[in-house]
Design a protein around this ligand. Structure first.
Ligand code: PEP
Length: 249
């Protein structure tokens, strides 16, 4: 049985005052059955870690550098995230692939660094609208996955299917499209890692998940949870998503 997972990606949002949302979320959902990971901007990692100590909530980073340390101004090493209290790190988000020119080879190197620091990578893959329209969605997912996977070890790994056109747009794929993508990713994972290791990888859906659509998305086969952006910023929005995931478990 794979434990359900809800990961909240705050992206470049949040000041100290917004940590009140974390307190409100914990108060409303003190003991979620699902694993819940909050990924704030780097400036809030330590302070959020303080808020999450002795709670079931976990902390994650939004990116890391592939090198262990060195002359990389503005970057964060995986060991620094772990030192700040993180257990997970989002890697290969489409906003990094597009906005920072990250290739899948770079994502794989970051995933290796994350594992070396004891972090579980949340590896993002997803097709653009043009790729889906061209009938290439599954091919793109398989290619990104194959090139982004760190190695064949059985260390914890999470893969997030995030169609680029669904992120922050309010649009979502149909349940059939999500089921097809997740089924394909599961079988590709089995091809690369073996069925046993692949069976332990949690597959998240990401892209405009909110209270109104969460239950329908979590009912789709092979959906082990969600990577949530906009709706993770406020307790009033993220709480119902966590509740829907708990109900699906
Ligand atoms: C994301 O950025 O990973 C994401 C899924 O964003 P949103 O939920 O806002 O679409």
């Amino acid at each position: 049985m794979r434990q359900k997972l809800a990961a909240g990606n705050w992206k470049m949002n949040g000041l100290g005052a917004d940590l009140a949302e974390v307190d409100a979320l914990r108060a409303a959902h003190p003991a979620p059955a699902s694993q819940v990971v909050l990924c704030p901007p780097a400036t809030l990692l330590e302070r959020m870690a303080g808020r999450l100590t002795r709670t079931p909530y976990l902390l994650g980073g939004q990116d890391c550098h592939a090198a262990a340390a060195g002359a990389h101004t503005g970057d964060i090493a995986a060991a620094m995230l772990a030192d700040a209290g993180a257990a997970f790190v989002i890697l290969g988000h489409s906003e990094r692939r597009e906005g920072h020119g990250e290739t899948s080879a770079m994502v794989a190197a970051k995933a290796r660094a994350a594992r070396a620091a004891g972090l579980a990578p949340i590896l993002c893959v997803g097709e653009t609208e043009a790729e889906r329209a061209a009938g290439r969605a599954l091919e793109v997912l398989a290619d990104q996955l194959a090139r982004s996977l760190p190695d064949g070890s059985d260390a914890p790994l999470v893969v997030a299917y995030e169609p680029v056109w669904a992120i922050g747009s309010g649009r979502t794929p149909t349940p059939d499209q999500i089921a097809e993508a997740h089924g394909h990713l599961r079988s590709e994972l089995a091809r690369h890692l073996g069925a046993g290791v692949a069976g332990a990888v949690r597959l998240l859906y990401g892209g405009s998940v909110k209270a109104a659509n969460a239950a329908a998305i979590f009912a789709v086969p092979e959906v082990d949870g969600a990577l949530v952006g906009g709706a993770a910023l406020r307790a009033a929005d993220f709480g119902p998503v966590i509740a829907a995931l708990d109900a699906a478990g």
